[in-house]
Ligand binder design. Sequence first.
Ligand code: PHE
Ligand code: NA
Length: 463
Amino acid sequence: MSSQNLIHGEWSSKLVFILAATGSAVGLGNIWRFPYIAGENGGGAFVLIYLACILLIGLPIMMAEVMLGRRGRRSPINTMLVLARAEGLSRYWGLLGWLGMLAGFLILSFYSVIAGWALAYILHAGTNSFSGLDAGGVQRLFSDLLADPYRLLFWHTLFMALNIWVVSRGVRSGLEQAVRFLMPGLLLLLLVLVAYAISSGHFGDGFRFLFRPDFSQVTGDTILMAMGQSFFTLSLGMGAIMIYGSYLNRQASIAKTSAMVVTADTLVAILAGLAIFPIVFASGLAAGQGPGLIFVTLPLAFAQMPAGVLFGTLFFILLGMAAWTSSISLMEPATAYLVENRKLSRPMAAFAVGGVGWLLGVGTVLSFNLWSSPIGLTLSLPGGSVFIGGTIFDMLDYLTSNIMLPLGGLFIALFVGWRMSLQSVQDELGLKSVWIFKAWYHVLRFAAPVGIFLVFLKAVNLI
Ligand code: PHE
Ligand code: NA
């Protein structure tokens, strides 16, 4: 074997992993969810806590999850079973894989509906429907879409069909090309939007909203939301990154590749925030209006900027594609499991997973119209009564990001930090620098699990 071949092989395979993992990470979480959650939680302090969670919890757990995937080389459930057996540990670690698979289905179900909004907006942008609209007009355009369950169902169905198609052919084919032009394109369009936001005259307001922390408003729930967003945006805690870790060549550096993915993801989220909040303030919209935030702010920008039809259409196409490369990673763990254990063909497995996700997604479709009145219960506590509940969408969004993914991450940290032998961890991670290894290992053993646990306690007002 010539050294030329070897070098080329390693490079290519490391690149595939970076592209796949970045494709999974960068998606609606950055452009739709980050601004909407930051807006609801008052901006600055939330953003700062979110960034701290990315660095102290997200990055170390991503390295751990990638490492487990590369060592196990199977669907997350089987990876956990195989690794637990190899380390002489309980079969119950397989439950971590099951938790992840369930979270994957639940996220997929609403993710596809929101991605459907992006598809619907490709059509709006392309047919020049934003032109001449003011803040009230864009809001009406959006609420008309939400009010129509059939239109939402149509776009949800189309998006899910696209997913089934890609996953049934195998995630790797096509993904490389897609992500290669998607990422630069998305960055470029975000920069165009940021430039527009600067010209709007309210860039300073948007910037201050995002980065000037006001800790007096921070509650346990704010911290939980920031932590949840850091898991959601990095695709952590449900096995997506674990299964993509099996793309990774033995010689590639898990630390470096993870750091690149985390950096790219954070950059896209911050740029999205910088594009959106100045428009919010320039047009008198509410920062905390919820999941519709980008669908009412960005159309205003496209309505006013030169070549807005072109930029708007391209933007929503790229957003749809970014959502696509994320949602296929949501489907992959369950699909791989069905292929491994039920001996289904890949297309059959993809169809089954997509079908279940589609059916669950109907609950989210109806959350915005027929079933839009919140369901739940009111608890009377010493400090007053609180309502727990919401629409099906609200509950799925909250439960998966803020509880299931951090719980998955907590158990990944505990497994790698406390149950796997130091020898296996060192071997698989292959970090050359002893110092970086020690720092990572300590953060993973102590800071990350304790942090997650404390945030949980704080959120239910126990501390
Ligand atoms: N990280 C993706 C996003 O930001 C969403 C996702 C979550 C994908 C969990 C896979 C697993 O849009
Ligand atoms: Na993301």
